[in-house]
Design a protein around this ligand. Structure first.
Ligand SMILES: Nc1nc2c(c(=O)[nH]1)N[C@H]1C(S)=C(S)[C@@H](COP(=O)(O)O)O[C@H]1N2
Ligand SMILES: [Mo]
Length: 159
């Protein structure tokens, strides 16, 4: 708990002071209905070891076509043994969105770490951004999926 609080304070500090993240910072906590029951804390390298996929697309938040790289959310859910129906995704700015786990396999959403080959800093909507392949299907270019596209993701609770 103290570790999680420290990580949140560090990230909040990065947010306000425009600092870059260190590679060994915990950037994501997953809790709730997962294997073992205890919260899991992950660093960049932990996420990269789980899987990697790219999505090249336009988004409402960037100019032109952008390439995102990150862990496929299906792989992440398998790895942590998620056994619920919904992911409550909470961002550093306390934005919360509910994503049905079925979205991950149906639409191939990723938890992006990099944009155009570089890690996204907090000031650049990083360190983690839920990204869908918006250009692949017209339905993905809609308020539903845009609202599920949380940036500055910090915690995912499975229920
Ligand atoms: N971290 C974070 N992610 C977020 C939001 C937010 O406020 N914070 N807003 C969401 C909502 S409701 C929408 S529709 C889209 C688009 O937000 P924008 O129109 O403010 O760019 O981003 C989503 N992701
Ligand atoms: Mo929205």
């Amino acid at each position: 708990m103290v570790k999680v609080m420290l990580a949140v304070i560090t990230l909040a500090f990065s947010l306000t002071c425009g600092q870059t993240l260190a590679n060994d910072d915990i950037i994501l906590t997953i809790d709730g209905q997962i294997a073992g029951g205890a919260p899991v804390n992950l660093r960049r390298a932990d996420l990269e070891a789980i899987g990697n996929a790219t999505i090249t697309t336009t988004t409402p938040w960037h100019d032109g076509v952008v390439t995102f790289e990150g862990v496929p959310l299906t792989r992440l859910m398998e790895k942590i043994g998620a056994h619920g129906k919904i992911a409550f995704v909470v961002a550093l700015n306390e934005y919360v969105t509910e994503i049905p786990l079925s979205d991950f396999s149906e639409h191939g959403a990723i938890l992006a770490l990099k944009k155009d080959g570089r890690y996204m800093e907090v000031a650049d909507k990083g360190p983690l951004f839920v990204i869908y392949p918006y250009d692949d299907k017209p339905e993905l270019k809609s308020e539903i999926y845009f609202s599920r596209s949380a940036w500055q993701v910090r915690t995912i609770t499975i229920e």
